[in-house]
Structures are given as C-alpha cells and as structure tokens.
Design a protein around this ligand. Structure first.
Ligand code: FES
Length: 178
C-alpha cells in the first residue's frame, strides 16, 4: 500500500509516493538522495539517523514517513547557512570531535536539538547565575549557559560513537552552549 507525502527537507519541498512502511530515513536516503542521516542500527539504538523533525530531534529510522506528511526536516547537510557552517559544525572541527565520522551528522543534529531544548528551559540546563554571553568568543549559536559534562553526556546518550570520541564531542558542545 502506498501513500503520497510532502516533506520540506533542508529548505526544499518534495512530494513523493512511498510504501506506507517507509521510514523517514529511507525516504531521505533512498528516495531523495539525501544521505546526511546515516543508517547504523536501523532500530533506534545508535542515533546515527538523527534529524530534526518539526524542530524535534528524532531517530528517523523509527519514524514512518506517512505519519509525518507535511513535516519540516533538517539534516546535518541543511545546518549551514550563507556559506557558513553551523557553530556546532565548526566546534566539532575545532575540537577534533570525530574519528571515522559516521556518527557525526547525527551527533551534530542531536546537539542542535539538545541546545534548543536547553534554551527552552529544561530545569537543570542553565547553571543558576550564569549569564548567556550572546555569542562573545566567536559563537553565534544558542546561548544556554554552562552545561556540565554529565548534562551533555546524559542528554546526548542516544547518540553512540563507536570510536569513543566523547572526550572531544562533549567540550565541542559545551563551547557552543556558552
Ligand atoms: Fe536509527 Fe540507529 S539508525 S537509531
């Protein structure tokens, strides 16, 4: 059984006919040729497939395309703007926060989502009394205060790195959060 769905992916609208069992990940990769989101486990365990779906970070391997008709999808490939990498992309490069790179698009998209969640005010995200500096130090990313190592590790626990680059991923995210 098939159905028509419409997505806006990284700013471009697409209309396609999909089998109703098609996931958002497979629609992106196999139908739209957008291979930014990676297929690791295909079972919601690794986070390599993370995209922003209507602003929320989700494992796209678990999301059925037909359940998200009309959705706005952002992949790591759509984070740059005006020819400039997203602050998190730049921070990952500065901190050498990857080895093989397979999990990196999912890590970065998940971190973007996490920082938005922090901005929206999860209770423990912003250290009391820490003013957001609004981009001083070269960052024009979200301003959510200081995130501890434990906060970042917990909130990013859905994104696995088999190379174990966590020691560099955590400070890269913290740098943008400041
Ligand atoms: Fe989706 Fe692993 S491929 S969570």
């Amino acid at each position: 059984m098939e159905a028509e769905v419409t997505f806006r992916v990284d700013g471009t609208s697409h209309r396609l006919t999909v089998d109703v069992r098609t996931t958002v990940l497979d629609a992106l990769r196999e139908r739209l040729g957008n291979t930014s989101a990676k297929k690791g486990c295909d079972h919601g365990q690794c986070g390599a497939c993370t995209v922003l779906l209507d602003g929320q970070r989700v494992n796209s391997c678990l999301a059925l395309a037909v359940a998200h008709d009309g959705a706005e999808i952002v992949t790591a490939a759509g984070l740059a703007s005006d020819g400039e990498l997203h602050p998190l992309q730049r921070a990952f490069i500065r901190h050498d926060a990857f080895q093989c790179g397979y999990c990196t698009p999912g890590q970065i998209v998940s971190a973007v989502g996490m920082l938005r969640e922090a901005e929206a005010g999860w209770p423990s995200a912003v250290t009391a009394g820490q003013p957001a500096d609004g981009g001083s130090g070269g960052s024009d990313g979200p301003t959510v205060g200081i995130l501890t190592d434990d906060e970042v590790r917990e909130r990013m626990s859905g994104n696995l790195c088999r190379c174990a680059a966590y020691a560099n991923i955590v400070p890269a995210i913290q740098e943008v959060a400041r």
